[in-house]
Design a protein around this ligand. Structure first.
Ligand SMILES: [Zn+2]
Length: 119
Protein backbone atom coordinates (compact mmCIF):
# COMPACT_ATOMS: atom_id res chain seq x y z
CA UNK A 1 0.00 0.00 0.00
CA UNK A 2 1.37 3.37 -1.06
CA UNK A 3 1.12 6.22 1.44
CA UNK A 4 0.97 9.80 0.21
CA UNK A 5 0.95 12.95 2.29
CA UNK A 6 -1.41 15.73 1.24
CA UNK A 7 -2.24 19.08 2.82
CA UNK A 8 -6.01 18.63 3.23
CA UNK A 9 -8.44 16.22 4.83
CA UNK A 10 -7.34 13.73 7.45
CA UNK A 11 -6.97 10.30 5.91
CA UNK A 12 -8.48 8.39 3.03
CA UNK A 13 -7.99 4.93 1.62
CA UNK A 14 -8.41 4.72 -2.15
CA UNK A 15 -7.89 0.96 -2.31
CA UNK A 16 -4.40 1.11 -3.76
CA UNK A 17 -3.08 4.09 -1.81
CA UNK A 18 -3.69 5.97 1.41
CA UNK A 19 -3.68 9.73 1.63
CA UNK A 20 -2.78 11.31 4.96
CA UNK A 21 -2.70 14.93 6.02
CA UNK A 22 0.99 15.78 6.25
CA UNK A 23 0.48 17.69 9.51
CA UNK A 24 -0.37 14.42 11.24
CA UNK A 25 3.41 13.97 11.40
CA UNK A 26 3.32 16.39 14.35
CA UNK A 27 0.86 14.12 16.16
CA UNK A 28 2.65 10.75 16.03
CA UNK A 29 0.20 8.90 18.26
CA UNK A 30 -2.81 10.07 16.24
CA UNK A 31 -0.98 9.38 12.97
CA UNK A 32 -0.20 5.84 14.13
CA UNK A 33 -3.81 5.08 15.06
CA UNK A 34 -5.24 6.66 11.91
CA UNK A 35 -2.82 4.74 9.72
CA UNK A 36 -3.76 1.54 11.54
CA UNK A 37 -7.43 2.27 10.84
CA UNK A 38 -6.79 2.97 7.16
CA UNK A 39 -4.70 -0.18 6.83
CA UNK A 40 -7.53 -2.27 8.27
CA UNK A 41 -9.66 -1.27 5.26
CA UNK A 42 -9.78 -3.75 2.42
CA UNK A 43 -7.71 -3.24 -0.67
CA UNK A 44 -9.83 -2.55 -3.71
CA UNK A 45 -13.41 -1.35 -3.71
CA UNK A 46 -15.22 -0.14 -0.63
CA UNK A 47 -17.20 -3.05 0.83
CA UNK A 48 -19.68 -3.81 3.62
CA UNK A 49 -16.70 -4.74 5.79
CA UNK A 50 -15.28 -1.24 5.29
CA UNK A 51 -18.63 0.35 6.04
CA UNK A 52 -18.88 -1.55 9.34
CA UNK A 53 -15.32 -0.51 10.18
CA UNK A 54 -16.15 3.16 9.62
CA UNK A 55 -19.55 3.23 11.26
CA UNK A 56 -18.66 1.23 14.35
CA UNK A 57 -14.94 2.08 14.47
CA UNK A 58 -14.50 -1.03 16.58
CA UNK A 59 -10.90 -0.46 17.55
CA UNK A 60 -9.23 -1.67 20.68
CA UNK A 61 -8.96 0.75 23.60
CA UNK A 62 -5.35 1.43 22.58
CA UNK A 63 -6.21 2.26 18.97
CA UNK A 64 -9.24 4.43 19.68
CA UNK A 65 -9.45 7.71 17.80
CA UNK A 66 -11.67 10.20 19.59
CA UNK A 67 -13.80 12.73 17.71
CA UNK A 68 -12.34 15.37 20.02
CA UNK A 69 -8.79 14.60 18.83
CA UNK A 70 -9.92 14.80 15.22
CA UNK A 71 -11.76 18.05 15.93
CA UNK A 72 -8.74 19.60 17.65
CA UNK A 73 -6.50 18.58 14.74
CA UNK A 74 -9.00 20.10 12.30
CA UNK A 75 -9.06 23.39 14.21
CA UNK A 76 -5.27 23.57 13.89
CA UNK A 77 -5.47 22.53 10.24
CA UNK A 78 -8.70 23.96 8.81
CA UNK A 79 -8.21 22.18 5.49
CA UNK A 80 -8.75 18.95 7.41
CA UNK A 81 -12.47 19.79 7.61
CA UNK A 82 -12.89 18.73 3.99
CA UNK A 83 -12.79 15.22 5.46
CA UNK A 84 -16.41 15.83 6.47
CA UNK A 85 -17.51 16.34 2.90
CA UNK A 86 -19.34 13.42 1.24
CA UNK A 87 -17.52 14.19 -2.00
CA UNK A 88 -13.80 14.22 -1.67
CA UNK A 89 -11.11 15.53 -4.02
CA UNK A 90 -7.96 13.62 -4.88
CA UNK A 91 -5.56 14.20 -7.74
CA UNK A 92 -8.03 16.41 -9.59
CA UNK A 93 -10.83 13.83 -9.35
CA UNK A 94 -13.83 13.70 -7.01
CA UNK A 95 -14.73 10.63 -5.00
CA UNK A 96 -17.95 9.79 -3.17
CA UNK A 97 -17.48 8.80 0.43
CA UNK A 98 -20.07 6.11 1.03
CA UNK A 99 -19.83 5.95 4.83
CA UNK A 100 -20.25 9.69 5.10
CA UNK A 101 -23.21 9.67 2.72
CA UNK A 102 -24.88 7.10 4.94
CA UNK A 103 -24.12 9.18 8.05
CA UNK A 104 -25.73 12.19 6.43
CA UNK A 105 -28.72 10.38 4.94
CA UNK A 106 -31.05 11.05 7.94
CA UNK A 107 -30.26 14.77 7.70
CA UNK A 108 -30.81 14.69 3.94
CA UNK A 109 -34.16 12.95 4.40
CA UNK A 110 -35.27 15.58 6.91
CA UNK A 111 -34.19 18.37 4.53
CA UNK A 112 -36.04 16.75 1.61
CA UNK A 113 -39.09 16.38 3.89
CA UNK A 114 -38.96 20.07 4.81
CA UNK A 115 -38.62 21.08 1.17
CA UNK A 116 -41.58 18.90 0.15
CA UNK A 117 -43.72 20.30 2.98
CA UNK A 118 -43.06 23.81 1.72
CA UNK A 119 -45.13 23.08 -1.42
ZN1 LIG B 1 -12.24 4.33 7.47
Amino acid sequence: MKIEFVDYGIANNFGNRIELNRNLIWHPSLLHRILKHELSHSKGNYSIKDLILDLTSNHSELDKISSWEIFKFSLENPKAFIQLSPIYPSKGKWYWDISRLICYSPILLVLIGIIILQF
